[in-house]
Design a protein around this ligand. Structure first.
Ligand code: GLU
Length: 260
């Protein structure tokens, strides 16, 4: 009987041990190395950061950065799968585990830091207004009582809704839709990051970007806020720091015609 009880206790110990092992999450960097591939959420509507060439391939500054990070971690810049995300679904796709990280024109904000971790910034943009060339407006105040367009889930949406309640906000899922809506006269302007607006309006002389900037938008890689991200954050910070100090990030800005 004693032997049976001892055997039973032993089995229990093994089983609880196994259970614990299954529950324990491996750290994300370990998972990526084991999978031998990075899965990165990127944008396909935010030229020149993440967009598609005429063959449908994803290109841009964020895509180049993603490949350099894959090279740094897995020694091969091709070892990366891209998952297109929008401003409004990117946090959900990161937190559900569908992607390992986001490189998606994502600004560090205090609010986002409550639920996400960020790398060091790799670019700084600023919020601006794109409006019709004929417009007499010079600043946000001049749009009171009028309509402005934002992309859902962007920092501009948050800024407008909290700081300028006198403006009617019209939201779209992508910057392409937002620009088309402006062109169709559905609103008097778009509020978004200057870098994105600059590209949207590059070949269109009927619109202009107003000179004022309303925020600083430090773009960074976003991670799930959990201890399993710690090693990956350190590794990616190291890679970005290196790209910064060797002048590679500046070269990428030149390549994609991004003004500081
Ligand atoms: N950088 C801003 C943000 O993080 C706007 C660009 C975007 O839509 O991602 O929300």
């Amino acid at each position: 009987m004693k032997k049976i009880i001892l055997c039973f206790l032993f089995l229990c110990l093994i089983c609880t041990g196994c259970g614990k092992k299954q529950e324990k999450k491996t750290d994300t960097l370990g998972e990526i190395v084991k999978r031998d591939k990075l899965i990165i959420g990127v944008r396909d509507d935010t030229a020149p950061f993440g967009f598609r060439d005429k063959n449908g391939n994803l290109i841009g500054y964020d895509i180049d950065l993603a490949r350099l990070i894959a090279k740094g971690i897995l020694k091969d810049e091709k070892k990366v799968d891209f998952v297109p995300v929008t401003a409004s679904n990117r946090i959900m796709k990161l937190n559900s585990g569908e992607v390992d990280i986001l490189i998606a024109t994502m600004s560090i904000t205090e609010q986002r830091q409550q639920i996400l971790d960020f790398s060091m910034p790799y670019h700084v943009a600023g919020q601006a207004i794109l409006t019709n060339r004929a417009s007499k407006a010079t600043s946000l105040k001049d749009f009171e009582g009028k309509k402005l367009i934002i992309v859902f889930g962007s920092t501009s949406e948050n800024n407008l809704r909290t700081n300028v309640p006198e403006v009617e906000v019209i939201g779209f899922k992508t910057y392409k839709d937002a620009f088309n809506a402006l062109k169709m006269g559905k609103a008097q302007g778009i509020v978004a990051d200057d870098t994105i607006l600059y590209n949207l309006s590059r070949n269109d002389s009927s619109v202009k970007i107003l000179p004022k900037r309303y925020s600083q938008e430090p773009y960074a890689v976003a991670f799930r806020k959990e201890k399993e991200s710690a090693r990956l954050i350190r590794e990616i910070d190291y890679i970005i720091d290196n790209l910064q100090s060797t002048g590679r990030l500046n070269k990428m800005r030149e390549k994609w015609n991004i003004k500081n």
